[in-house]
Design a protein around this ligand. Sequence first.
Ligand code: T4K
Length: 374
Amino acid sequence: MPVFEEPRHVGRPNMGDREAFLTRVGEIFDRGWFSNDGPVVRELEARLAEMAGVRHCVATCNGTIALEIAIRALGLEGEVIVPSYTFVATAHALHWQGVTPVFADIDPRTHTLDPEAVRRAITPRTTGIIGVHLWGQPAAVDELQAIADEHGLSLMFDAAHAFACTHQGRMIGGFGRAEVFSFHATKFFNSFEGGAVMTDDDEIAEKARLMRNFGFAGYDNVIHPGTNGKMIEVCAAMGLTNLEMLDATIAVNRRNHEAYAAGLAGVPGLDLMSFDPAEANNFQYVVLQVREGAGTSRDALVEALQAENVLARRYFWPGCHNMAPYRDLDPDAGATLPVTEQVAGEVVVLPTGSAVSVADIEVITGLIRAQVGR
Ligand code: T4K
């Protein structure tokens, strides 16, 4: 029998007040307005823009479509430099728009793009850089902006993990030309599915709004190529409901992170990712690195945990450059991505969120210690 009868997941949704959500759904029924730039979506956009301190928030049906829309709104083409160590949606969004992702290596401390590696990846075909604020760790925003300025490139960010996080005290959302969020069910703040493009640039926002709705500028008047990227009202209602408990969710995530840190303190060969205490963070990912000499391999640890119903994950193994759609782009990419290869082989992401208690974490860290000491 596994230690846990019910699985402990990475990415179990945080759920706001059910009654508050159902009241909002009732109002949506009464209005008979389900989609297409409805009042609940507009309210959510206004709240999110205010929180992030940006001029524009364009809500979408998910983060991947938001990435695709932002890539098009920025006019990216040719080659764009991205980390390989990210969820595959970052690379897919480029590929889907006919742009070639060129993978650059990461900083071993933050797991975000290494600016020097970005410099080395620039070619005459490069038009942009997409930094990823992985795990809610801000990318090297200032260094990347300097490189973009120097080479006339567009800089945007995949901020799917970084809602409610800050960089130098400023909310993520307004850096680069645009930033893209995901409000997927597994994110600490969710709208069932959802995403957003945030920007201070009026023109980019205008383009993103057009593209989100087939390029319609009014009845019968299509002025831009577009797609269907709209967020629906029920999703926005979930978003508003979850915003009401955002502070409580972050507090639980922080408590859980501290419980993991306490439970794993002093174990040789294990490093728990920590976050700059001077910055705001959402603590939605608990990222453990299993180093050589830990007495277990990462994969053996994941297997042992999963056998006990602790559904830990090997995010983002094996790196985009090793995945089928990208392997042939540059079969030798691994040679230029040593940190990516190492980190992808070491990371295990552990369960957290409101469905995971401190008592659960004591059991989970006990299982990890037992595996390491084996
Ligand atoms: N950029 C980055 C850096 C991203 O991480 C993501 C998404 C994106 C862009 C794209 O944004 P979206 O288009 O997704 O908005 C999950 C999520 O589906 C994905 O949104 C997320 N990143 C990624 C990191 O995690 P999978 O393939 O791991 O999902 P899955 O089905 O294995 O679920 C993860 C865990 O969550 C499981 O243990 C089960 C649990 N779960 C999941 C759902 C959906 C639940 O308990 N309840 C649920 O409703 O990708």
